[in-house]
Design a protein around this ligand. Structure first.
Ligand code: 2NL
Length: 333
């Protein structure tokens, strides 16, 4: 029996030492030391031994069990360590490799001008007002003193949905809406940025859809000099504090007197950038402000126009084509 135990020991030792993975090792443990393992089955034959032999065989069996157990646990440790090292070797990160560059977007130039203009006018005490792009004839024309036969009211010039409803042709329509909502309260000091639509053929300087910002101030004692001061401040913040301006007489249905404002460019000469004027008494009246007590000024300009002048862009269509070569020029880094 001792002989069988010693043979078992040698076989088990050899197999354990040559195990290459943790699974094999587990299987060997069951095979030799498990409840139905080989060592147990040899010991089951102990009943046939003499009382003198029994303790000796028992001691030997224990010694073998201990020996195999410690062999298995040290082999387990060895294999686990190997496995970990292999993993580490395979998963190393080479921190010296170049990184993958991330593409960073850019603010669209029209959005940039829109935000700058809002900031400048908010700085002068204006509030931002918005209104619908699908407008009624009433707010788009009637309230703004456009006569029935005004050419802008022609089906050829505006996008009509039906005879009473159209895509707004200017953001001016927001202003009577805001004035009516204020029910005669002063001051009115708003700017209205937004998209507008005209039935034009697209070319380098025209687009059937573009953006405007209009402003309106109504209060007691508002004068032409306040108009000039506010717009000169805006222009010098947008184009530089040395920028010179010129006011020329003009005509708009909703202002009287009306002016056009030019800025001076040393290369290109005088360039028109804004239309403005004192709010027509009839426009004030229609929106609930008595022109005997209140006066106001208003102005309007195209966001595209400002952006083209500021960035030296020669074709309005660049803004809408979404050509990345154009857009990337506005990335800040
Ligand atoms: C331009 C000129 C202008 C206005 C817009 C306005 C609005 C009300 C009353 C009076 Cl409610 N005026 N808006 C006034 C003068 C000029 O725009 O060239 N826009 C692109």
């Amino acid at each position: 029996m001792q002989k069988r135990l010693n043979e078992l020991k040698i076989i088990a030792e050899t197999k354990i030492k040559s195990a290459h993975d943790l699974n094999t090792l587990k299987e060997l443990k069951v095979k030799f030391l498990g409840k139905k393992g080989e060592l147990t089955s040899v010991l089951r034959g102990m009943g046939g031994l003499s009382p003198e032999e029994r303790p000796q065989v028992g001691a030997l069996a224990n010694e073998i069990r201990n020996r195999l157990e410690s062999l298995i646990s040290s082999k387990t440790e060895e294999l686990e360590e190997e496995k970990l090292e292999k993993q580490l070797r395979e998963q190393t990160v080479d921190v010296t490799l170049p990184g993958l560059p991330l593409t960073v977007g850019a603010i669209h130039p029209l959005q940039a001008i829109w935000e700058q203009m809002e900031d400048i006018f908010i700085g002068m005490g204006f509030e931002v007002a918005e209104g619908p792009e699908v407008e009624t004839d009433k707010y788009n024309f009637e309230m703004l003193n456009f006569l029935k036969e005004h050419p802008a009211r022609d089906m050829q010039d505006s996008f009509y949905i039906n005879p009473e409803i159209l895509l707004r042709t200017h953001t001016s329509s927001v202003q009577p809406r805001t004035m009516l909502a204020k029910e005669g309260e002063v001051p009115v000091r708003i700017i209205c940025p937004g998209k507008v639509y005209r039935r034009d053929s697209d070319d380098a300087t025209h687009s059937h859809q573009f953006m405007q910002i209009e402003g309106l101030v109504v209060d007691r004692g508002v004068s032409m000099s306040e108009l000039k001061g506010v717009l000169l401040t805006f222009i010098q913040k947008m184009f530089g504090k040395e920028t010179e301006i010129r006011l020329r007489p003009s005509f708009f249905p909703f202002t009287e007197p009306s002016v056009e404002i030019d800025i001076y460019d040393p290369q290109k000469g005088w360039l028109e950038i804004l239309g403005a004027g004192m709010v027509h008494p009839r426009v004030l009246e229609k929106s609930g402000y008595n022109p005997e007590h209140y006066t106001g000024f208003a102005f309007g300009t195209g966001i595209e126009r400002i952006a083209m002048l500021k960035y030296g862009i020669d074709d309005i269509r660049h803004f809408y084509n979404n050509d990345l070569r154009f857009l990337r020029q506005f990335q800040s880094e």
